[in-house]
Structure formats: C-alpha cells, structure tokens
Design a protein around this ligand. Structure first.
Ligand code: GLU
Length: 492
C-alpha cells in the first residue's frame, strides 16, 4: 500500500444528497466500535441535512446470533443515535436486512459472470486449505491460485452438469493497480498482485460481505462510506466491483481504530467492548456519546464535555487525526462521574430507579433470594454482589485447597475463553463449566467455588448460574476479566 496526499477534499463536489450508513453484522453483543462509527455517521448526516441508515449485514450464517439484531437497535437507541431508514423503521430502499436481499445479490453476480468480471470456482475447501498451507510454508502470500479461472467453457459446463458445488470469485486484473481516494488520507494505491480473487457468492448462495456491501451501498444511494480503518484493505476490491458494474463510487472515510491504552486494537481481553456492559454497569448514554465524540479529535481541542447536539454543531471531520484514539476507561469513568454529579437529585433518583433498582431487575432477583431469607434486611446480604461494582474476593475465598494460585489464575484464563462463546443460559454455562473442569481436572465443586467467589465475592450466594444469567453475560465476563487483571497485579 502506498499513500500520497491528495488535493483538497472533494466533499460537496457533487450535488448528490448525503446518505450514510452503518452496517453492523449481528454476531454477538453490540460493540463500542459500532457506536463510535454510528455516532460519526449520525453527526455527518445531521450536519448535512442527509439521511442516516442502519443496514443489518447478516450474511455470515456461521457467525449469526439471533438476539444480536435487537440488541444493536436497543444499544443505538439508548445512545440517542436514531436512524432514518432501517429494517425496523423501513424506508424507500428496503429491505435493509441483507438476508432478505439474496436474490438481488445473485442477479448482480450473474451480471459479473456474463461480463467476465467474475468466474465460478469449483475448488473444494480441502483443496483450498492445502494450497494455502503450501503457500504459507513457501512464504508466499496466501491467496487463490487461479485454478478455476483457467477452466474452459466446456470444463465449466461439465462441472455444472455434474452438479459440483461452486463459489463465484471476482477476477482481479493480473497486472496494474487500483487507486482510491480516502477523504482523510488522500490517495491509496494497491497493486493487483496483492489483491485476492475474492469470493463474492458462497456455495450456500449467500454473498460475502464485499459483494453485498457494494451492491447495497449503490442501490441504497450511499454518498459517503464512513467506516473503520480496518476496511481499507477491502476497499480496492470494492472499487474494482464498482468499476465492473459501471457504477459511480461513494466517497470513503476510514476512521482511526479505537485502541486499548497499550495502543493495540481495542479488544475484549483488555476492555469491555459490549455496549450492554456499559449500560448495565451504570454508564450514562450522554457520557458514552461524549466520550466517543472525543475519539479522533473532531471536536474543538478546548472542549471536553458536550452534548450530542453540540457535536452536530461543532464536530469537524477535517480535524480528525489519524493517530489511534485511546479508549481509556479511566477517562470514561471520570466523564461519567461528571455527568452523574451534574444531575439534579431527582434526576439522579430516577436514573438509579430506572437502571439499578428497576422493577425489572428486582423482579428477577426475588426468586433467587426469597427462599433463603428470614428478614427483609437479609436481601442486601444476599444480593449485594448484584448492586456493587467491586466484589474482589480474598484468596481464602477463591483458592481451592488442592490448587495453587498460579494454577487457579491459569484456569481463570481458560474459563474466560470457554465462557465467551456461551449462549447465556444456566444450562449452557453449566455445560461449559463441566467440560472445562473435566479437561483441566477441576472438580465441579472447585469450579463453582471459584466462579462464585469471582462473581459474588463470597463462599455462599443465591444459585450461582441463575444469578449469573440475571447479572448478564457482559458484566459476568467483565468481573472475571477484572479478577484476572487484579490478581496479576498483586502477583507483580
Ligand atoms: N458489516 C461490516 C461490519 O461489520 C460493515 C463494514 C462497512 O461499513 O463496510 O462492520
């Protein structure tokens, strides 16, 4: 990749109405990165009298999580980022859920096949895997070797007649390069020998991200693609697709990635990344949007606390700096504190009532504690872990007799990995815990003792798994992660 700074921004160069979108994939909890990019798109649209769209990119069926779409809606609405068009609110360019648009993608793929911009690939996953391994062993870039691009029309027909499954790949030119303009970086050039013959349509008939994204951005008349920097390397493929279809291109703005304090790409190993966590852990949406608005330097340098409306007034995309903005939890907490303390007493009461002591939460706690108490005041003794932020257990509480501290911490790391993909139901958590216990020679009793200590801070509690379900996945895993971090620090 080479870069050169291009002349002044082409923004407003055309009279095309501004239409921007976020296109999250429903693969799990809504991510802070989605909120960050959502906020930028929202601001961009509101500043220019444009439209802000929400498109659900759910074509990766292997990673699809059913509950995720609703969680994305709830999280974005919680932050006040209302969209003008989307699967749930409709709009003139629907459907806005990609799984409902497969016929459109197939039709477009046929056009590419007909023009020679794409070809059918009959290679099996095993063959592809074997070749990829050979390439890696030979220190060559791992990419499709073009086997099926060389098939004659007769070969293709014979394979089709034999019913051999196929994917459709894009025919990237053998020579030359593709240059596109990034509004923040200037021109970026990729040599075609670094661009893979990307699969566009999978053998299950679903498109890949690249095809669906380009077709939809065109059909939905997106003027500006504002997305995270990690998509830069995909953009030459998209540019080639726009050219193959003979379509005009949107402008591209690739935003700097959020980073952990050590400057690595933001990850759940180092920071909670689920918006559900922040909501449940008592962060105010205004503090969160304010914090995300500080990322990237689009606001005037001398202001630190501002509303969404002020961001729409003052945010300047030309000011964005490309150094990775740090998602610093200490700063977010400070900001949240500023917001909480600025509330009136009545507002603070309402926030507590709606978020911490809501009827919904109390109702879920009741069956967990009712059978275990003799006085009402004991509710606090049993449920304190639920309302407290810090429940760090002492070693005497968490360490099983037969395990060392090191073994226990190593096991906690495994536990985090094992629980991350679990669907948050007590039966599923139980199964994951038992499987891991058996594999690592931890008895069920020891596993429960350790997890109970981490989640509740105590040796006895209301039923652990049910409590974890009510407490929520995001917060349970965060408690586990914080426990590991804190214990590592003690060790140093
Ligand atoms: N589905 C992609 C994502 O999950 C969209 C990327 C884009 O905005 O093009 O982020």
């Amino acid at each position: 990749m080479s870069k050169e700074i291009a002349p002044a921004s082409t923004e407003n160069a055309s009279a095309q109405p501004v239409r921007v979108r976020i296109a999250p994939s429903p693969t799990g909890d809504p991510h802070v990165g989605t909120a960050y990019i959502g906020l930028l798109n929202f601001i961009f649209a509101r500043q220019r009298g444009g439209k802000f769209l929400l498109r659900i990119e759910d074509t990766d069926r292997a990673r699809f999580v059913e509950s995720s779409e609703q969680m994305i809606y709830d999280a974005l609405r919680w932050l006040g980022l209302e969209w003008d068009e989307g699967p749930d609110v409709g709009g003139p360019f629907g459907p806005y859920r990609q799984s409902e648009r497969t016929a459109i993608y197939r039709e477009h793929c046929d056009k590419l096949l007909a023009s020679g911009a794409a070809y059918r690939c009959f290679c099996t996953p095993e063959e592809l895997d074997a070749r990829r391994k050979q390439q890696i062993a030979a220190k060559l870039p791992a990419r499709y070797d073009g086997t099926c691009r060389r098939l004659s029309d007769e070969d293709v027909k014979a394979k089709l007649d034999a019913g051999i499954p196929f994917t459709i790949r894009m025919a990237v030119p053998f020579t030359g390069s593709t240059t596109f303009r990034d509004e923040l970086r200037g021109n970026i050039t990729f040599d075609h020998n670094n661009v893979d013959d990307q699969v566009l349509l999978k053998s299950d008939g679903f498109p890949t991200y690249h095809l669906a994204n380009v077709v939809d951005d065109h059909l939905m008349q997106i003027s500006d693609v504002i997305r995270a920097e990690e998509w830069i390397s995909s953009t030459p493929k998209h540019v080639l697709l726009y050219a193959a279809f003979g379509w005009p291109m949107p402008r591209f703005w690739h935003m700097p990635l959020l980073r952990n304090t050590d400057k690595s790409k933001i990850s759940k190993r180092k920071n909670p990344v689920s918006l559900i966590y922040y909501r449940q852990a008592g962060f105010l949406p205004q503090a969160m949007t304010n914090f995300l608005g500080l990322m990237g330097g689009g606001m005037p340098p001398d202001v630190e606390i501002f509303t969404l409306a002020q961001m729409v007034e003052q945010f300047n995309f030309a000011r964005i700096s490309l150094g990775g903005p740090v998602f610093d939890l200490v700063k977010l907490k400070w900001l949240n504190g500023e917001y909480l303390r600025a509330l009136t007493e009545e507002q603070y009461f309402q926030v507590l009532r709606n978020n911490v002591f809501s009827d919904e939460i109390l109702r879920q706690m009741v069956p967990l504690v009712q059978t275990r108490i003799e006085t009402l005041a004991q509710f606090g003794d049993l449920a304190d872990f639920f309302f407290a932020d810090n429940v760090m257990p002492a070693e005497s509480v968490f360490l099983p007799k037969t395990k060392t501290r090191e073994e226990t911490l190593a096991f906690c790391g495994e536990l985090l990995t094992a629980l991350e993909p679990v669907e948050w139901k007590s039966t599923e958590i139980d199964a994951a815990l038992r499987t891991l216990g058996t594999a690592q020679s931890w008895s069920t009793k020891e596993c429960f003792m350790l997890l109970r200590a981490i989640i509740t801070g105590k040796t006895a509690s209301p039923p652990l798994l049910e409590s974890m379900v009510v407490f929520g996945k995001a917060r349970s895993l965060d408690r586990l992660r914080r426990f590991i971090d804190a214990q590592k620090k003690i060790k140093q």
